[in-house]
Unconditional design. Structure first.
Length: 162
């Protein structure tokens, strides 16, 4: 299953939906993670907050391929994307396992194929290096076999590259 997580305007969602199985819009119309860990232990992969991200763990957790379209924010994800990612901690469990000789949380949904991040906006070479390193580490932590980061000047260019 291919899932796209994006921080673009809602108009992009209709076009992007033709290129994937599911869309998660990071539009800021949801509450931030409260850090209760309920999605880990009380009701696995489901947030207690009753908003559009309540089942985002299940959607992102089942993705073989996750494509994130994000505006650059000093070499990292936009705040909207980061908030969604914080709310999807339930894709793993509180238990730990070794992956690539490092300790990581056990994956609730198993391994995934590709984490692809499409970054748009102004970005320096140093921010690019930070972004590439961060996505590589996110891929290991979230059980992706491969990661890829591409940079674009505009959101429209990033959308076309999906």
């Amino acid at each position: 299953m291919k899932v796209i997580l994006h921080d673009l305007d809602w108009q992009y969602s209709q076009r992007l939906l033709t290129k994937c199985d599911a869309i998660v819009e990071a539009d800021g119309k949801y509450a931030p993670c409260k850090g209760c860990f309920g999605c880990w232990v009380k009701h696995p992969a489901e947030c207690f907050i009753k908003d559009k991200l309540q089942t985002a763990c299940r959607i992102l957790g089942r993705a073989d391929q996750l494509v994130i379209i994000t505006k650059n924010l000093y070499g990292t994800y936009s705040t909207k994307i980061k908030n969604v990612m914080d709310r999807t901690i339930g894709t793993s469990t509180p238990l730990c396992v070794y992956r690539q000789r490092e300790m990581h949380h056990t994956l609730r949904y198993g391994k995934h194929a590709l984490l692809k991040v499409l970054v748009y906006g102004d970005i320096t070479e140093r921010e690019k290096a930070t972004f590439i390193y961060m996505v590589k580490r996110n891929a290991v932590n979230d059980g992706y076999n491969k990661s890829e980061v591409l940079f674009f000047h505009s959101a429209a260019e990033a959308e076309r590259a999906v």
